[in-house]
Design a protein around this ligand. Structure first.
Ligand code: P6P
Length: 336
């Protein structure tokens, strides 16, 4: 395979597809690449320096904030806030919209991100990831606003995830296919390793936390029982793979096919909910999976069709090979 850096690949696609473009969007993708390299360096040495300790603080999700969470959030904000490309940001680690300081130019894009998803796995050396969603500014406000952040997934103009695993990989789509790049840390370059990723039509893997089985609705339980039966459409039971780190689980699902689920659960009977975040986890992943020929649903509708009402709202997520997601919906909706 030719040695093609992510910067070269992105620029070439911009020149081919949008010759009159200003290059701002391309520069934004470069900025994300830069932040990912810095986060990768810290994640990969986390076990070597006293950074694994907890900060003693909790984020708005009530989760113990790991120092690397804070570090990743800070790197992204500091890499982005002065570039003049963004009008606003939103982070899993920050309760409110992050507005661009008045001393900097306000740009035409919005960046929503989970700086380090799955961070509870850091201490046990399990792969973690960063997820980014990019929208255009839509409000008529001079600076950015919550309105610019609360857009449905089909309006995204780009989505990126980075998985910090045995190697660090960046996977992105700007609506023209899905492309993967692997970091060569010795030169600090992401090199093209997976051009035009397409999710296999069918998989034989399912990925779900079965510990929640008794909290799901009947349809979800019946679907998982079906996948495990010998008389399912595949004629043999699916295998279970669950890491408990969304980016790692979804990266495997994208490459190998099959289905990942975090269904609606009734742990709180008065307020059944999903766990995963719509704006900066489910929606960008849904955009990427759709671009790779897959699907993403909340059990009833496409994730990318959901109109967000809150910055940190949660959603059930069923994502993977289209046929598997279609089937899951049939069961969840009681049609199978
Ligand atoms: P559970 C990690 O905390 C995370 O947000 C996702 O990365 C992951 O898919 C999910 O939660 C795992 O949740 O309830 O199975 O531990």
């Amino acid at each position: 395979m030719d040695l093609i850096t992510i910067e070269h690949f992105i620029l070439e696609r911009q020149q081919q597809g949008f010759p009159s473009a200003t290059g701002d969007f391309t520069q934004l993708l470069y900025d994300i690449t830069f932040a990912a390299k810095i986060i990768s360096r810290e994640v990969n040495k986390a076990g070597l320096v006293e950074i694994l300790g907890k900060t003693g603080r909790k984020n708005i999700q009530g989760e113990q904030v790991q120092k690397l969470d804070e570090f990743a959030d800070g790197v992204i904000q500091r890499a982005m806030d002065h570039t003049g490309r963004l009008c606003a940001m939103a982070s899993e680690e920050v309760e409110d919209v992050i507005l661009i300081p008045k001393k900097y130019k306000c740009g035409k894009y919005v960046l929503l991100f989970d700086p380090l998803d799955g961070s509870s796995n850091i201490d046990v050396n399990v792969s973690v990831g960063s997820i980014f969603s990019i929208h255009r500014k839509i409000s008529d406000k001079r600076r950015g606003s919550l309105e610019d952040c609360l857009q449905p997934g089909y309006k995204q103009i780009g989505a990126v995830y980075v998985v910090y695993g045995s190697s660090t990989m960046m996977v992105y789509s700007t609506g023209d296919g899905v492309h993967g790049f692997t970091l060569d840390p010795s030169v600090g370059e992401f090199l093209l390793s997976h051009e035009n990723i397409k999710i296999p039509e069918n998989g034989n893997l399912y990925s779900v936390n079965e510990g929640n089985y008794h909290y799901w609705g009947d349809g979800a339980r019946k679907f998982i029982d079906y996948l495990k039966s010998k008389s399912n459409h595949a004629g043999k039971p699916y295998s279970l793979r669950y890491i408990g780190s969304m980016v790692a689980d979804l990266h495997r699902t994208l490459l190998n096919g099959g289905i990942f689920l975090y269904p609606l659960d009734y742990k709180n009977p008065e307020q059944p909910s999903g766990k995963l975040r719509l704006l900066y986890e489910a929606a960008p992943m849904a955009f990427i999976f759709e671009q790779a020929g897959g699907r993403a649903s909340d059990g009833y509708r496409n994730i990318t069709e959901i109109q967000p009402t809150e910055l940190h709202e949660r959603t059930p997520l069923i994502i993977g090979s289209k046929s598997d997601v279609d089937l899951a919906e049939q069961f969840i909706q009681g049609k199978s």
